[in-house]
Structures are given as C-alpha cells and as structure tokens.
Ligand binder design. Sequence first.
Ligand SMILES: Cc1cc2nc3c(=O)[nH]c(=O)nc-3n(C[C@H](O)[C@H](O)[C@H](O)COP(=O)(O)OP(=O)(O)OC[C@H]3O[C@@H](n4cnc5c(N)ncnc54)[C@H](O)[C@@H]3O)c2cc1C
Length: 417
Amino acid sequence: MDPTYSDEAEAYREKIQAFLAEHLPADWSGIGGLDREGVERFSDEWRHTLAANRLLAPSWPAEYGGGGLTPLEQVILAEEFYKAGVPTGGANDAFSISMVGNTILLWGTEGQKRHFLPRIISGDDVWCQGYSEPNAGSDLGNLGCRAERDGDEWVINGQKIWTSAGHLANWIFVLARTDADVVKHKGISFLLVPMEQPGVEVRGIKMITGESEFNEVFLTDVRTPVENVVGEVNGGWAVAMTLLGFERGETAASFPIMFRKEVDRLFDLAREQGVADDPQIRQGLAACYSKVEIMRFLGMRTVTDWLAGGHPGPEASMFKLFWSEYHKQVTELSVDILGAAAMAPSGRWPTNAFYCDDVGAPNDSASWVGTFMLARAGTIYAGTSQVQRNILGEMVLGLPKEPAGPKGTWRELQKQA
Ligand SMILES: Cc1cc2nc3c(=O)[nH]c(=O)nc-3n(C[C@H](O)[C@H](O)[C@H](O)COP(=O)(O)OP(=O)(O)OC[C@H]3O[C@@H](n4cnc5c(N)ncnc54)[C@H](O)[C@@H]3O)c2cc1C
C-alpha cells in the first residue's frame, strides 16, 4: 500500500482544482446546498460541462469520447470531485458509463464501441440494468427471461425487477436465457436492448421513502438486432461477472471521502442536538469514525493494487461488505441522536437514492431519516452481505464451498422446482 502521491499527480490535482474553481459558483458548498429543482438543473448542466471537457468517462480512450486519463489521474479526479461535492455524472451514468460502457470497452466489438460509447457520452443513450428477476437475485444464474433468434433479431420475453432508474432509460442491458438445455450459467447471453418499442412496460415500485426509484420491467416480444449481443452467444455469464466487478470495485478511492464528510456532519448533528457529551453517543461516534478510517486504509490498498495493474477481484467484496454494513450502523446512530425528531422528520429529504446525502445538505432530520432508510438497501444491491461473505469465505479465505444444489440443465431444474 502506498498512501503518497507523486509530484506529477499533485500537479494534476491542482489542474482539477482549477477546473472546479472555474466552473463552480464562488459560494459553492456542495450540491446538497441546492433544492430539488436546483439539483436537477445543476446535474444536467454539470453533465454537459463534464462531457465538453472529456471528464465524464475519464478512463475511456479519447477516440470514443473519453478522457484517456491514467488510472492515477482518475483516482485524483474522483477524490477532488467528492471533496467538492459535485456529481461525477448524471443519474443513470453508474449504469451507462461505469457498468455497460466499461463492459463494452472490454468485451464489445469495434462496431459496438464506435456506436454505443459516443452515444452514452452525448446522452442520446441512457442505460439501466436488467439482471434481477423475481426468481433470480442472489442466484442470478437461475434467470428465466428468454431470448430466441428470429432471422436477424433476438426476440425477448420475460420480467426484470428492481431496475433502478429504468423509468429514465431508453436502453437496457439484459441477461437472457438463450439455451435452456445446458447447465444454468452456460445458456445466458448479454443483450443490448432498446426500450422505446412496443412490448416494453416499466412499472414503478414505491419505496419506504415514498419515492419510486426502481421498477419492474416487463418484456413481451421485444426485439433487438442479432449484433447487439456482447461477448459470445451463451457466453454472457463471464460478461455479466465483469460488469459486477465494476459495480463493486470502483468505489475504493471516493467512498472513504464521502463517508468521512458524512460522519463529520454527524458530529455536528450531535453538537446541535446537545448530545455530544452523552457517553453512549460518544462511543457510537468514535466507532463510526474509526470505521471510516479503516475504510480509508482498505480503499488505499485496493487503489494501490489497481494502480499496479490489478482488477477488482473477490476482495472488492470486502470493501462492499464493509461500507454497506457500516452505513447501516452510522445512520442508525443518526436516528438515535435525533431522538423523537426522527419520528416526524422535517426539512430537506435526500435527493439521491444511493449512499450518503449530498455534500452540503442541511443537517435536517429528513436528510438523516431518509438516508437511514436508503442505507438498508446498500446491503442488498450489488450483491447482498450474505453473498459477499460467501464470496470472501470461498474465494479469499479458501473455506469449503456451499453445498451444491441439484444437478441438471436449466430446463430440468425448472421441472423439479
Ligand atoms: C435499491 C436497489 C436497487 C437495485 N437495482 C437493481 C438494478 O438496477 N438492476 C438489477 O438487475 N437489480 C437491482 N437490484 C436487485 C439486487 O441485485 C437484488 O435485490 C439482490 O441481488 C438480491 O436478490 P433478491 O432481492 O432476489 O434476494 P434473494 O436472492 O432472494 O435473497 C433473499 C435473502 O437470502 C439471502 N441469500 C440468498 N442466497 C444466499 C446464499 N447462497 N447464502 C446465504 N444467504 C443467501 C440473501 O442474502 C437475502 O438476505 C437492486 C436492489 C436494490 C435493493
């Protein structure tokens, strides 16, 4: 692990700080300082600014509209953006850029790269993730959404669920079963599917916060050209796992900064609520502070490995498990600090459905209660805590594998179920 940066890296940091100073208002305190409409307006404008300056997909090669930054420059960029409290992209860019874009870069044909990547940058194509189904979440390999070939097209039938920001997307990457007569992981393909066509129905799911951030997506005789398969037909499992690596691993540099800002805010809340001298609250705050420091060191280790050319492997599960369980703990503490005020939250609710409330958000009870509710989802999406523990046990610690389920092709197993 190397926690220091070279002079060259620090020079790049100054460049990014100058970029931020040039493009943000003088009184900027983070996107949390804006109201809901202000957040939406700023996010759209900021995405344009990032795209125009090639900072939206900083790791992609310039020929596809990316920034061509080195891994170290990407780390510094993420650090400075999180410190300044500005988004690194738009609402769906976690799916469009970090997930499907990066996956197309690794697995896609040259034609797919040239077609899809610039359209992601321009915002013409906005993506969502069609993995989970009512009977396939942790056991993703059990998925039953089917794709059959009809001439030059795939015809897709099935249902996806928990599709985050699916109502904002016009493309969905779908894991579909293209061969039912092989073992379950072998008959899956990774398809790129346009959503603006008959047969695609997106139904919002109401969350505990009252928002409808995720959806059910029903696909009935939905079509996509045969060339919109990424990787081999029936070889989609390997592609799908690459994408999950991006989903779980890219947070090591930025999350410790984000969680540190959040715990600092919680210290302020304890003072404001007059409980900073309460021994139990103090103990809780010290525990959370210590965990954020541990997260910082874990993050440095992952980043150091990444800078040396490594890819996020199973150890990324350690980071995911750590931050998501921590986030439940710290937000439970926030509700304890608020006491009765948490029963009738008031003020500004969080404007994003993932992770912490925005940098600069007022220390309102609604901000903390909303984040407390959303934090529970963090131990479910991108693989549950139990699944992360299984991965760590089997692939990092070398413990015996879980007992294998019944054997057979996917079709045979469906008959037994
Ligand atoms: C906020 C949010 C956003 C999401 N966004 C998306 C999205 O955009 N696209 C998408 O495709 N999916 C999305 N998901 C779905 C998410 O990936 C799944 O919810 C997750 O993989 C768990 O699957 P499941 O809900 O079917 O639960 P299940 O897999 O049915 O699990 C139920 C319980 O059993 C436990 N369990 C299951 N298997 C094992 C095992 N082998 N060992 C020990 N315990 C086990 C689980 O840990 C869990 O506690 C999202 C989920 C949430 C909460």
